[in-house]
Design a binder for this molecule. Structure first.
Ligand code: AP5
Ligand code: MG
Length: 191
């Protein structure tokens, strides 16, 4: 059973890789960003609360995303593995995830950290901003997302390294080469 946390800065390729791997392993991809964007599009209560934070490139309050993850991990299709994309995003969320997994008698295999130079991240996001119009792919918001990443999310690298669950993967290769590297690395943690 594969239970994987895909970690990395904005534009690192978490969503892209999660999609392929979820299909390959036949397990759900759980993406807080995708779920929040859908909630914004539908103007649900969650979406209305999240929207302004997302448009500024800042994190949505922990309580909202933790509730979302709790509900999702308790669904039937998440009993046999999952890939987390975009969660946890700060130390508090990481502790909440450990608590939550303990409650449902699960664990994660490892945390794949996609490493990509900052200039490449910005170029990828600007390109997508032009092509797809995702609202937070605007240059100023991209800068803020990266700043939030370094301040709040990057400390998780040491958190998971201390737990000996962190695997660094070069995310600055062809998409398929990154996928292969992740599969090879994860094989060493799944039993
Ligand atoms: P989220 O949706 O998680 O966005 P993000 O982490 O900022 O970054 P992206 O989704 O843009 O990057 P990615 O790593 O998924 O890369 P992707 O595969 O898309 O979060 C959005 C917002 O939601 C946050 O700012 C926050 O407000 C809120 N939020 C979400 N989770 C939260 C949480 N846990 N707590 C609080 N708030 C939360 O690829 C990017 C681009 O690069 C694509 O165009 C892709 O085609 C391209 N690409 C990918 N891989 C490659 C490659 N190998 N070579 C060339 N191009 C590539
Ligand atoms: Mg994404």
């Amino acid at each position: 059973m594969v239970s994987l946390i895909l970690f990395g800065p904005p534009g690192a390729g978490k969503g892209t890789q999660a999609q392929t791997l979820a299909h390959c392993w036949q397990i759900p991809k759980i993406s807080t960003g995708d779920t929040l964007r859908a909630a914004v599009a539908n103007q649900t209560d969650l979406g209305i609360e999240a929207q302004a934070h997302m448009e500024r490139g800042e994190l949505v309050p922990d309580a909202l995303v933790i509730a979302l993850i709790r509900e999702r991990l308790n669904q039937a299709d998440a009993k046999l593995g999952w890939i987390l994309d975009g969660f946890p995003r700060n130390i508090s969320q990481a502790y909440s995830l450990e608590e939550l997994l303990e409650q449902i008698n699960q664990d994660y295999n490892c945390v794949v950290s996609l490493v990509v130079p900052e200039a490449v991240l910005v170029a990828r996001l600007l390109k997508r901003g032009h092509a797809e119009g995702r609202k937070d792919d605007d240059e100023a918001v991209i800068r803020r997302r990266l700043q939030v990443y370094w301040e709040q999310t990057a400390p998780l690298i040491d958190f998971y390294r201390d737990r000996q669950r962190l695997v660094d993967i070069n995310g600055n290769m062809e998409v398929e080469a990154v996928t292969t590297a992740i599969k090879n690395a994860v094989a060493g943690y799944v039993h």
